[in-house]
Design a protein around this ligand. Structure first.
Ligand SMILES: [Zn+2]
Length: 355
């Protein structure tokens, strides 16, 4: 592939709204990794929308454009000289790279816990993403996907967020004698529904709360063997051992804190902003947490351990359930359709090539 070759990519000029386009960019450079991959599909999430709306994102140093996309799935075209990959393997690229200092966490490979914020991320922060016809990846940042998953492998990146959240809950639970029986998941989006499927693998009594009263989400939750609730977490009728909060909505978080059972663990995995709540006073929150030995913690991103765990878990979930999480598939040239949310959307995917 000569240097004059170009390919198509979905790019944006970060912090400038309305600059996203499907345009020619140079073929991926060798310095981006020894494995050459043909893009199959890329999932779209709220972060991509924020970047396209100019609210977030950084282009690589000295460059005007950032190639968008961090929820990848591709097929190896050229495995390069090392790494145990072969032509035709389905792979997903890890998103975050350790900061260059590195901080103690990045130094031991826990870049998801980076303590100085100087990490970089493909498709988000200073490294080109995966929404291009071809991309390169370093062998140590490529994760093989069970070939029987097919296009469902595009769900691996959101699944890593869930794998980390569940792992952290399990780590925290070791502080006391703890038998998890019930879990409440708030928000029936891709993260919440993947958490539902993974919690079912653990044999838990799974409850999902979302504001939708009818439609695809309640039907899906019930089809997955979980109990669906709309309205307030205060009215679910039991005190959950574990809550995974995926909405980022102040009132929902406040209700979760009040509804948590004794020794309960609340994982905050949703990112919201602003909003007001029905006067849950800080000291009352603290008193409740003290008297119930509660833990409230935040969780973001994932390291290689979580990518491995997520790929194992995803391969164990039945394909019919996973298929229902992909609600819409768009062509790359129609990427703006993919970014415009519709009410029954769960995961929208941009498909670059046949699988
Ligand atoms: Zn770091």
């Amino acid at each position: 592939m000569g240097k004059s070759k170009y390919m198509k990519a979905i790019t944006v000029e970060p912090k400038k709204p309305g600059t996203a386009k499907w345009m020619d960019v140079p073929e991926p450079d060798m310095h981006e990794g020894s494995i050459l991959v043909e893009a199959v599909a890329v999932g779209v999430c709220g972060t991509d929308v924020d970047i396209v709306e100019g609210k977030y994102g950084w282009s690589p140093h000295g460059q005007q454009h950032l190639v968008l996309g961090h929820e990848s799935l591709g097929r190896v075209i050229d495995p390069g000289p090392t790494g145990g990959f072969k032509k035709g393997d389905l792979v997903v690229g890890i998103v975050r790279r350790p900061d260059p200092v590195p901080c103690p966490n990045c130094a031991v490979g826990e870049w998801d816990m980076c303590s100085n914020g100087l990490y970089t991320e493909r498709g988000i922060k200073e490294i080109n993403g995966y929404m291009s016809e071809r991309w390169r990846i370093e062998p140590e940042y490529a994760v093989k996907v069970d070939p029987s998953l097919g296009i469902l492998g595009v769900l691996l990146e959101p699944a890593t967020v869930v794998a980390k959240a569940i792992e952290q809950v399990v780590f925290i639970s070791r502080r006391s004698f703890w038998e998890a029986k019930t879990i409440l998941i708030t928000g029936a989006g891709p993260i919440g529904l993947l958490a539902t499927l993974f919690a079912k693998l653990y044999g838990l009594d799974v409850h999902v709360l979302d504001r939708m009263e009818s439609g695809a989400k309640p039907d899906l939750v019930r089809a997955f063997g979980a109990t669906y609730h709309s309205g307030s977490a205060l009215n679910i009728g039991f005190k959950p051992d574990t809550i995974i909060e995926c909405t980022g909505v102040g009132q929902v978080i406040s209700d979760c804190i009040q509804q948590m059972g004794a020794n309960g663990i609340l994982c905050l995995a949703g990112i919201g902003h602003g909003g007001t709540t029905r006067s849950l006073v800080t000291a009352d929150v603290a008193a409740n947490a003290v008297l119930n030995n509660n833990v409230i913690f935040g969780s973001v991103n994932a390291n290689k351990r979580h990518w491995y765990k997520a790929s194992q878990a995803l391969a164990r979930v039945d394909r019919t359930s996973l298929q229902k999480l992909i609600s819409r598939i768009e062509k790359p040239e129609n990427f703006m359709n993919a970014l415009n949310r519709k009410p029954d959307d769960i995961k929208v995917v941009i498909q670059f090539s046949e699988i």
